[in-house]
Ligand binder design. Structure first.
Ligand code: SF4
Ligand code: SF4
Length: 446
């Protein structure tokens, strides 16, 4: 699990020493698997970060070799200056650019036998670059946009409620009522920038609010007072700006007297959890899959059958980084008629959809190829439906699904693994759907 966003140069040196260059991380890194270039492997990122830090502290010059095997025997100079002020800009720029081509999916760190937190190192490098060498255009633009509009799209923040058009109104910054579930004070649904402001993702909050209305769960929205959770700023090294903006959201939630925040975006969920841990606030943070799971196990809720073979894609920020694996699976398994097939790899080993770390903006072609690779794994299960619980995964996978070739491997017999020699042309049937959308379509009228 990624423990901290941003860290010190000592932290990089410490873990640089722990990396034994075994290459285990390469085997699970989607970027390396696709690009097949050592420079983009997780271990190369760790090595580069370590080399830069040691060089800046004057330690590498005392060694006869820069071979990794010699690194442990190099003494750090005691009066070393703060890291990046000394580093040549071109090398840092190269490291910066390379580190942007990363999903921040955390697969490398999860699989590392030496416990090297590769993502933390990448984030620390980004942070140090921004602090010491200035803000690249991408960072400056995002920071300005969020500062001025309080969201990632640059829209008027009051537009956060446009998705509610034609739905039953719900309280905005309102009073709470006691709910029939375990929320004694009140639940704030933090919808997140993407689901609030991209029409393609409106379906998620629309489905979720209809489900809550129909099952009697009271909740409130922050509307224009909901600001970006801060995650996109943290990813680009702007930790203090991220903390500031997140602090606003926390203040609003506390001032409403709510005791629970629910997010549908896994990145918001991850950020809120870290925020609550850091501040020690008495707010419970849940992901909408956890509430959906509570709803479907409640015997008073009846679900219509859905005859479909489906699999589930674990979003990295929800699964690997926060450990939420079972609730979405419980939801799908509770739908009558739905045949659940587990995708390989899954849970902590799940492969990123290709949309993590903002890669879709930085390298859309690479992002699409990675999404196709994940879809192909979904297709190998025989499922025709891939369900996810993240607006970004849904978007990345849906875009790739439209372009997928109209063929897939068919098993030799039921239950046997797919065989390349049995590849036949079939109508492409792989669909991508959000889990709340699925539940809503199965909810029977009371
Ligand atoms: S798996 Fe860990 S120890 Fe091995 S090369 Fe990767 S980062 Fe280094
Ligand atoms: S976070 Fe993901 S994409 Fe980035 S280096 Fe690690 S495994 Fe590769």
């Amino acid at each position: 699990m990624i423990s901290e966003i941003g860290a010190s140069s000592d932290f990089i040196t410490e873990f640089g020493k722990k990396c034994v260059r075994c290459g285990q991380c390469r085997s699970v890194c989607p970027v390396f698997t696709e690009l097949k270039t050592e420079g983009f492997s997780p271990r190369a990122r760790v090595f580069l970060a370590d080399m830069i830090h040691r060089a800046c502290k004057g330690s590498i010059g005392t060694s006869n070799s820069q071979d990794p095997a010699h690194m442990d025997h190099v003494d750090l100079s005691p009066g070393a200056q703060a890291f990046i002020g000394n580093a040549p800009t071109d090398i840092l720029k190269k490291a910066w650019n390379r580190n942007l081509i990363c999903l921040l999916c955390g697969a490398c760190a999860t699989d590392c036998p030496s416990g090297v937190p590769v993502c933390d190192i990448i984030l620390a490098m980004r942070k140090e670059y921004v602090v010491h060498k200035g803000r690249p255009e991408l960072v400056a633009e995002l920071s300005q946009r969020i500062r001025e509009t309080h969201n990632v799209t640059g829209d008027n923040n009051e537009n956060r409620l446009l998705w509610m058009d034609e739905l039953t109104p719900v309280p905005v910054h309102g009073e709470y009522q006691v709910t029939p579930f375990t929320r004694p004070q009140g639940l704030v649904y933090f919808t997140g920038c993407v689901a609030s402001l991209y029409p393609g993702a409106y379906k998620i909050p629309r489905s979720m609010t209809q489900i809550m209305n129909r099952t009697g769960i009271r909740f409130a929205l922050l509307g224009g007072e909901e600001w970006c959770c801060g995650y996109p700023l943290s990813l680009l090294g702007l930790d203090s700006e991220a903390d500031e903006i997140a602090g606003h959201n926390l203040e609003k939630v506390i001032s409403l007297g709510a005791d629970t925040v629910m997010t549908s975006c896994p990145s918001c969920y991850y950020t809120w959890r870290n925020l609550i841990e850091k501040t020690g606030s008495h707010i419970t943070v849940i992901h909408y899959t956890q509430l959906l799971s509570e709803i479907v196990v409640d015997k008073t809720v009846r679900l219509r059958p859905m005859e479909v073979m489906a699999t589930y894609h674990d979003p990295c920020d929800l699964g690997r980084k926060c450990g939420v694996y079972d609730p979405p699976r419980e939801v799908l398994r509770s739908i009558p008629g739905l045949i659940y097939k587990e995708i390989t790899p899954s849970r902590k080993d799940a492969r990123c959809c290709g949309g993590g770390g903002n890669l879709e903006t930085i390298d859309p072609e690479l992002s699409r190829k990675l999404a196709e690779a994940r879809l192909s794994q979904a297709s190998d299960t025989g499922a025709e439906l891939i369900v996810t619980a993240c607006q970004q995964c849904a978007r990345t996978l849906s875009n790739a699904a439209r372009k997928l070739p109209r063929t897939r491997n068919m098993p030799y017999r039921d239950g046997e693994p797919p065989r390349p020699d049995m590849e036949i042309t079939v109508p492409r049937r792989m669909k991508v759907r959000d889990i709340a959308d699925i539940v809503l379509s199965c909810l029977q009228s009371p």
